[in-house]
Write a protein that binds this ligand. Structure first.
Ligand code: CTP
Length: 397
C-alpha cells in the first residue's frame, strides 16, 4: 500500500479521538505521504501541536493569524499544496461549520479555499451523530463531494456503545490509498515532456528559452495523482521531480526525442516542453573566439517530437501545447490538425504571461470541443486538464 509523494493535509478537530491523530500521522508517513497538520483550537486541548510537529516533521498550524507561518507557507499556498484533505477526527461542530460554509478558523478557511478532494472521519457521541442536525450536515457535505469515512460502531470514550467511533488509522490510510489507486488514469502509462531544451553552440554556450518546466511538472504530479504511471522527460529545470514519477533528464531536443521514443509505447503523451525548433548545424569542438565583428551560426530544424509520436501506428492519446502571442485559437487549431493531435492546450505568451510564471490560463481544443480553463495556479490548471484528458482517453482506440 503506498501513498508515495501524496500531499495530505491532515485536519484535526476537537474531540477525544484526536489522540488517534498521532498514530494516523505516522501511518500516513509510513505509507509514503507528506503530511501537514492543521488543528482547530479545540483539538489542542486533546493533543499538543508539538507531538504532531514531531511526527509530521513540519510545524503544525492552528491560527489563521499567525504571521510567522503565513510568511513561510501561507494558507492559500497550503490549500494548493494539498492533494487531499483528511479531517480526522471530524467533530459535530466542525461538520456544522463546514456545511454552513464558515471560515472562522484556519482549518475551515483552508477547506473553503482548497479544490482537492476532502475526506471526513467523523467521531462523536452516538446521540450527537444520530441528531438530525448532524445528519443533515453530513448529507450536505457529501452532496458537495466530500467523502465520509465511517464512523464505525463500538464502545465510545463516553462509556456508551453505538455508532460514532472514528475509524482506525490504518483503515483511513487504506481508504486514501484506494482513492488514489482507482483514479481516472489508473493502469495508464503517461509520458510527459517538460522544460526547455538546450542546443549547444560550442562546449560552453547554448541556445535555450525561458520555459520553467512548471506546467509539465504540475501535469506529471496530477497524472500521478490520477493513478497513472508517469515518465517525465525533462530538459534542464530547477524543479524537484514529483515523488513517484520517473524523471529522465535530457539537454538537447535530439536527446529528448531519443528518451521519448525509448519510453514508448504509452497510453497518453503530453508535450509541454518548449523544444528548441532549431539547433546549430555544427557544434564547434572548441570555444568560439570573438575573432570577427559578426558571427553567423547556421541552424537546422529539430525533429518535431510531438508530431512524430502522433504519427506512430501505436499512437497514444496525444496532447500538445501551443504558446502563442497572437491569433491564439487559429494557430492552436491549425497545430491540432497538422500534427494529428487528440487535444491541444493553448496559452497566450508574452510580457509577464505564462512562461516562467506560477499562473496560467488555457484554452483547450479537441476535434469537436473547446473548454476555457481560466487563470489559475499551474497546479490547479494541471488537475483540471488531467480531468478533461481522462474523460476522453478511455474512448481512444
Ligand atoms: N514540440 C515538440 N517537438 C518540437 C517542437 C515542438 O514536441 N521539436 C511540441 C511542444 O512540446 C508543444 C508543441 O509541439 O506541445 C508546440 O508546437 P510548435 O508547433 O512547436 O509550437 P511553436 O514552436 O510555437 O510553433 P511555430 O513556431 O511553428 O508557431
Amino acid at each position: 500500500m503506498t501513498l508515495s509523494g501524496k500531499h495530505i493535509l491532515l485536519g484535526i478537530s476537537g474531540g477525544i479521538a484526536a489522540y488517534k491523530a498521532s498514530d494516523l500521522t505516522r501511518r500516513l508517513r509510513d505509507a509514503g505521504a507528506e503530511v501537514r497538520v492543521v488543528m482547530t483550537e479545540g483539538a489542542t486541548h486533546f493533543i499538543t501541536p508539538l507531538t504532531l510537529q514531531a511526527l509530521s516533521g513540519h510545524p503544525v498550524r492552528v491560527s489563521l493569524w499567525d504571521e510567522e507561518h503565513e510568511a513561510a507557507m501561507g494558507h492559500i499556498e497550503l490549500a494548493r499544496w494539498a492533494d487531499a484533505i483528511l479531517i480526522a477526527p471530524a467533530s459535530a461542530d466542525l461538520m456544522a461549520r463546514l456545511a454552513a460554509g464558515m471560515a472562522n478558523d484556519l482549518l475551515t478557511t483552508l477547506c473553503l479555499a482548497c479544490e482537492a478532494p476532502m475526506f471526513l472521519a467523523p467521531a462523536m457521541n452516538r446521540v450527537m451523530w444520530a441528531h438530525p442536525a448532524t445528519r443533515a450536515n453530513a448529507a450536505t457535505l457529501q452532496e458537495r463531494g466530500a467523502t465520509l469515512l465511517g464512523p464505525g460502531a463500538g464502545s465510545q470514550a463516553c462509556g456508551e456503545t453505538g455508532e460514532g467511533r472514528m475509524l482506525e488509522p490504518l483503515d483511513l490510510v487504506e481508504h486514501l490509498h484506494k482513492h488514489f489507486s482507482i483514479g481516472p488514469l489508473a493502469g495508464k502509462k503517461v509520458v510527459i515532456t517538460a522544460g526547455p531544451t538546450r542546443e549547444a553552440i560550442d562546449p560552453v554556450r547554448y541556445i535555450s528559452n525561458r520555459s520553467s518546466g512548471r506546467m509539465g511538472y504540475a501535469l506529471a504530479e496530477a497524472a500521478r495523482n490520477a493513478g497513472a504511471e508517469v515518465v517525465l522527460v525533462s530538459g534542464p529545470t530547477a524543479l524537484p521531480a514529483p515523488a513517484g514519477v520517473q524523471r529522465i533528464d535530457v539537454e538537447s531536443a535530439l536527446a529528448m526525442r531519443e528518451a521519448v521514443m525509448q519510453a514508448l509505447p504509452c497510453d497518453l503523451f503530453i508535450g509541454t516542453a518548449a523544444v528548441a525548433d532549431y539547433r546549430a548545424a555544427v557544434i564547434a569542438p572548441g570555444k568560439i573566439k570573438k575573432a570577427s565583428d559578426t558571427l553567423a551560426i547556421e541552424l537546422v530544424k529539430n525533429p518535431d517530437i510531438l508530431a512524430e509520436v502522433a504519427a506512430r501506428p501505436d499512437r497514444p492519446f496525444t496532447v500538445g501545447f501551443a504558446a502563442e502571442t497572437d491569433h491564439l485559437l487559429d494557430h492552436a487549431r491549425d497545430k491540432l490538425v497538422r500534427k494529428h493531435l487528440d487535444m491541444i492546450a493553448a496559452n497566450r505568451v508574452g510580457e509577464g504571461l505564462a512562461f516562467d510564471q506560477p499562473d496560467n490560463a488555457l484554452t483547450v481544443l479537441w476535434r469537436d470541443g473547446i473548454k476555457e480553463l481560466p487563470q489559475a495556479d499551474k497546479r490547479v490548471l494541471a488537475r483540471q486538464l488531467i480531468e478533461l484528458i481522462a474523460d476522453r482517453v478511455h474512448d481512444h482506440a
